[in-house]
Design a protein around this ligand. Structure first.
Ligand code: ME8
Length: 674
């Protein structure tokens, strides 16, 4: 199988400033390129600007400057943003480049000579906004069906490309290449469109109406239709370029586009290529839209969000992370501060940042900043290594399928597994007993090595932060997807707080919605219970095996509380159980639920004081109603953002307890609750 990868973004109109929508497609291409490089592919990544056509001419007119000056200034806005976002493209194409213009003219002449382009008089409803004619039956309330703006009746002679000739061949191509247009439902949309008869494509504009474009080589009174010009960038940009193995870059592996330009790519572009006898790209992938307040983010609609302030305040990588993690390719996604803060705090500050700090801090303290070599390999280590290997395999499978959001979620599941492992092994406790030194060394090495792999896998998404994290762990500079890369004796690098928590003011938080299925109030069954029996876990030194009465029955719960409480202290104590957690075997014992506990200064768990509540009571966040709850996986629980504020347990500004009676925990302000 060819290990070459040529990926493109749309070339963006230089009529306005770039926004998050543009940033998204470009980050997506960058991340995919970096993943493919990591997987050993030879890659070429092209982006650029679409500089001709009516929109751009109008933008220049509005500024009162020649179009060429306007595009020379505005394309730089995109280049600057890509530099700021650490976009490692190989070539930035501008449609005003002489090479591109020459190629467009060559293609036009070639099609004209072959009789694929003809001239005819055309009359129709013309939309200035969309730069195209619409049929009477396409208008909505007499207006442009896309932009809703007025249309005008125009009659003019124009040049047409025989697009209709290729309708059958295109349908056949889509049938023969089921993954040509992705996702599947977009392919079906195109096939649906192709059920109607295709018309021919008007590829010219009279200069009397639009002067800013590439002149037709066979009629100097006309310029080329901007889409015919723009689409050719994908080929003109790689003319004469070769991959290292000598093969041509065209056909592209992937055209990444937003769903707004699916028709131009899957119908205009493909039939143009067929007409010219050039092979079709391998895949066209249409992603959804970033929405703001329920509407597509767009400059004209006043809903565009400028990415720069987010990056200035919170950093480039966390912003890249959010874009990649929060949009499932194909679906729309909503951009809001709330979603952004939540995602960064839970995934990067809590899970990744904390895990890394925990491991590094212990290595600094107990091994003089030198990575310890693993000595033992018990079932917990075997399990963690297995999780790491499964995560790696899933990620390598998700990437070629372009399921980036899912890939990132997999990687985070490894990070969470490391945090769980650390809680079970409790290195801070092992450190207290010199006879546990081997176990401590093993625990810290396994924690560090798993986090090294997670950071390596996240590198395409957060290149700078991943490099810093890997340096903190003393990992070699060359990225490696193998296991067993960290070497005992190597020094840790500079230690820093990689992902500071974003502090969110309570009053800025939106009203909680009880319908949200990820809402802690709805998913969490926080039940007061009594510990009736305390035993050591037969297989894990750091765990207790507790028999717990939940008001209805006795359950078994495994808990890493040895560092915090003696057997006597736990006996007959009331605690709060996250009771609808999916039962899971912990080192051979089925554990049905988990206690909630605040993080103490030495990572010991501090149980809340539930003595004032009846056994069996279902606690709630302020406004939630108790209702039967389905069991949830640990992953879901870990996403809850529970914190101590004024000795109470808060989630999204709401307090856990009963109406008028709050649950109290004797932990420090801001402590995490797990
Ligand atoms: O269409 N959400 O340029 P354009 C996600 N020049 N992506 C978005 C978005 C949103 N809200 N808004 C824009 C053009 N995009 C032509 C393309 S290609 C030969 C010519 C992204 O400046 C998305 O990739 O209007 C979309 O397809 C592209 O920007 C449109 O950029």
């Amino acid at each position: 199988m060819s290990k070459n990868f040529y990926i493109t973004t749309p070339i963006y109109y230089v009529n306005d400033a770039p926004h998050i929508g543009h940033a998204y497609t470009t980050v997506l291409a960058d991340v995919l390129t970096r993943y493919h490089k990591l997987m050993g592919y030879d890659c070429f990544f092209q982006t650029g600007t679409d500089e001709h056509g009516q929109k751009v001419q109008q933008a220049a007119e509005k500024r009162g400057i020649p179009a060429q000056n306007h595009v020379d200034e505005y394309n730089v806005r995109f280049k600057d943003l890509w530099e700021r976002m650490n976009i490692d493209y190989d070539y930035f194409i501008r449609t005003t480049d002489p090479d591109h213009k020459a190629f467009v003219q060559k293609c036009l002449q070639n099609l004209f000579d072959k009789g694929e382009i003809y001239t005819k008089e055309y009359a129709g409803w013309y939309s200035v906004g969309e730069e195209r004619f619409f049929g009477e039956d396409e208008l909505v309330d007499g207006k442009d069906p896309i932009s809703g703006r007025p249309v005008e009746w125009l009659t003019e002679k124009n040049y047409f490309f025989k697009m209709s000739h290729y309708q059958k061949a295109l349908i056949q191509h889509i049938a023969d290449h089921p993954d040509f247009i992705q996702p599947e439902f977009r392919k079906n949309e195109v096939l649906g469109f192709l059920k109607q008869e295709l018309t021919d494509l008007c590829i010219s504009r009279p200069k009397s109406r639009l002067a800013w474009g590439i002149s037709l080589p066979f009629d100097d009174d006309y310029v080329t239709y901007v889409w015919f010009d723009a689409l050719l960038n994908y080929v003109s940009g790689v003319l004469g370029r070769k991959f290292k193995d000598g093969s041509d870059m065209w056909p592209a592996s992937y055209h990444l586009i937003g769903k707004d330009i699916l028709t131009t790519h899957s119908i205009y572009w493909t039939t143009m290529l067929m007409g010219m006898g050039i092979p079709l790209p391998q895949h066209i992938l249409a992603h959804g839209w970033w929405m703001n307040g329920g509407a597509k983010m767009s400059k004209s609609g006043g809903t565009a969000i400028n990415p720069i302030p987010y990056m200035d305040e919170f950093g480039v990588d966390v912003f890249r992370y959010f874009l990649i993690r929060d949009m499932v390719i194909g679906q729309d996604a909503s951009f809001s501060d709330e979603n952004f803060f939540k995602r960064i705090n839970s995934d990067l500050a809590n899970d990744l940042g904390n895990g890394l700090n925990r491991v590094c801090k212990q290595i600094v303290t107990h091994f003089n900043s030198q990575i310890p070599a693993p000595v033992l390999k018990d079932s917990a280590e075997i399990e963690l290594e297995e999780i790491a290997s499964n995560v790696l395999n899933s990620v390598l499978q998700f990437i070629p399928e372009l399921k980036l959001s899912q890939a990132v979620e997999e990687i985070l599941s490894l990070v969470r597994a490391v945090n769980r492992y650390l809680e079970i092994k409790a290195p801070w406790k092992l450190a207290k007993d010199p006879s546990d030194k081997d176990n401590l060394a093993t625990t810290l090495w396994y924690g560090a090595e798993s986090l090294r792999l997670a950071l390596t896998l996240l590198q395409p998404v957060i290149p700078k932060k991943a490099a810093e994290g890997l340096a903190m762990l003393g990992a070699p500079a060359t990225l490696s997807l193998s296991w067993n890369v960290l070497k005992g004796g190597e020094h840790l690098g500079e230690q820093k707080a990689l992902f500071p928590r974003i502090l969110v003011e309570k009053e800025n938080q939106p009203a909680p919605s009880a319908k949200n299925t990820e809402d802690p109030k709805v998913i969490g069954e926080f039940r007061v219970c009594e510990i009736v029996k305390v035993e050591d876990h037969p297989e894990a030194d750091s765990l207790y095996m507790l028999s717990v009465h939940d008001g209805k029955r006795i359950r078994t719960v495994c808990a890493g509380l040895k560092n915090s409480y003696s057997v006597e202290e736990l006996q007959n104590r009331k605690a709060v159980l996250f009771a609808n957690l999916k039962p899971a075997k912990i080192r051979g014992i089925l554990s049905e639920g988990m206690f909630i506990a605040a993080d103490g200064p030495d990572h010991q768990g501090i149980l809340p004081d539930a003595s004032g509540f009846e056994v069996g009571t279902l606690l709630q966040f302020d406004q939630s109603k108790p209702e039967p709850l389905a069991s949830v996986k640990i992953k879901v629980f870990e996403k809850l953002d529970l914190k101590v504020h004024k000795h109470k347990i808060l989630s999204e500004g709401q307090t856990l307890g009963l109406p008028g009676k709050e649950l109290i925990v004797n932990a420090e302000e801001g402590a995490e609750v797990h």
